[in-house]
Design a protein around this ligand. Structure first.
Ligand code: SAH
Length: 330
């Protein structure tokens, strides 16, 4: 019997160590090169806003195949050569299989298992679909009774807990019946750690991920294996386990550590404000009709509300001295 978060951490570590995740799912940087370009230029503008600190860390958490960062660096090199010269590339990645792929596309990077070993310098951090893979705990309330979920032989077991590990008010006190609550302690630790880093050094972090705008109850654990949704509890290590990001809880953890919060803002709005369609049109004009149509279709997929434009959100954490970062203007 294993607590759900420990089960999920073990399953994902095994999955990312042995699988090519892009056979099972695709992500925004793999859909359009403009995604990484926009995030790279976002970092370049924030670097200017911070007064061009040098050297500065450009960090990505969970870089996958390295596509986002390769697109970002190409755009930065063209548009912001001074930032390109000032930055040191650091990657947070636990999978050695993916580190090898990243090394091919991002020579000269330095790798870390977590945030704690980053050098003590100004930082600009980017992360797409990183928080959603971090392990969650699940609590079930049946009437006045609380239970925590454990996994045994492909099934959930529930153990009574009293009291649950958050204040009752945080869990929607007073509602009747059965409700499931999720707690992502690893994500909260990332928020706290970045929050304290950014409250004492200039910098900013941009997270794109999926989840509701406000904390919500419900079971959001899901598994993708062999390109299809599968049961998250059977055959750990053969599928990618994710859960919705609780942006409000993550932002609160970072805010308590001393940073300013911007968003969460719908991904479609964020990318559109930063020129997704203008840049896509410019690229499309250089292409034959079929490729041009595919480029425009991929931008729509990222931005349209009923596709990835609304469920995905952008959230920025900024050091207190930083003005409003691009895309988050009121
Ligand atoms: N950002 C990429 C990949 C998303 S998949 C993209 O948009 O395509 C999640 C990434 O996080 C993978 O690179 C995976 O190996 C990495 N990862 C998973 N768990 C991690 C952890 N606990 N710490 C650091 N990286 C992790």
């Amino acid at each position: 019997m294993e607590r759900l978060d420990r089960f999920m951490a073990r399953a994902n570590a095994a999955y990312y160590a042995t699988h090519d995740p892009y056979r099972d799912f695709t992500t925004s940087p793999e859909i359009s090169q403009v995604f990484g370009e926009i995030l790279g230029l976002w970092a370049a503008v924030v670097w200017e806003q911070l007064g061009r600190p040098e050297p500065v860390l450009l960090v990505e958490a969970g870089p996958g195949r390295g596509t986002l960062m390769a697109d970002a660096l190409r755009a930065i090199g063209r548009v912001a050569p001074a930032f390109r010269a000032a930055l040191r590339l650091h990657l947070i990645e636990t999978s050695h299989r993916l580190r090898a792929l990243q090394a091919e596309r991002l020579p000269g990077a330095t790798w870390h298992d977590g945030l704690d070993t980053l050098p003590n310098l100004p930082v600009l951090l980017l992360a797409n679909e990183f928080l959603d893979v971090l392990p969650i705990r699940q609590f079930v309330r049946r009437g006045a009774q609380w239970f925590e979920r454990y996994v045994e032989e492909g099934r959930f077991l529930e153990w009574a807990v009293r009291p649950p590990p958050l204040a009752a008010g945080d869990w929607g006190e007073g509602a009747e019946g059965i409700a499931i609550f999720e707690l992502n302690e690893s994500a909260l630790a990332v928020g706290q750690s970045l929050g304290s880093h950014l409250s004492t050094r200039p910098g900013a972090a941009l997270f794109l991920d999926y989840g509701p705008e406000h904390s919500a109850c419900g079971d959001s654990l899901q598994a993708l294996g062999n390109g299809r949704p599968t049961d998250p509890l059977t055959s750990p290590g053969s599928s990618d386990l994710t859960a919705h990001v609780d942006f409000a809880a993550f932002a609160a953890a970072a805010h308590a550590a001393g940073v300013a919060i911007y968003g969460p803002l719908a991904q479609g709005l964020f990318l559109t404000r930063l020129g997704l369609f203008q840049r896509t049109d410019r690229l499309a004009r250089t292409q034959p009709p079929a490729q041009a149509a595919a480029l425009i279709e991929s931008a729509r997929r990222l931005a349209e509300p009923d596709r990835m434009g609304r469920l995905f959100k952008a959230l920025a954490l900024c050091s207190p001295a930083c003005p409003t970062p691009p895309g988050f203007e009121a």
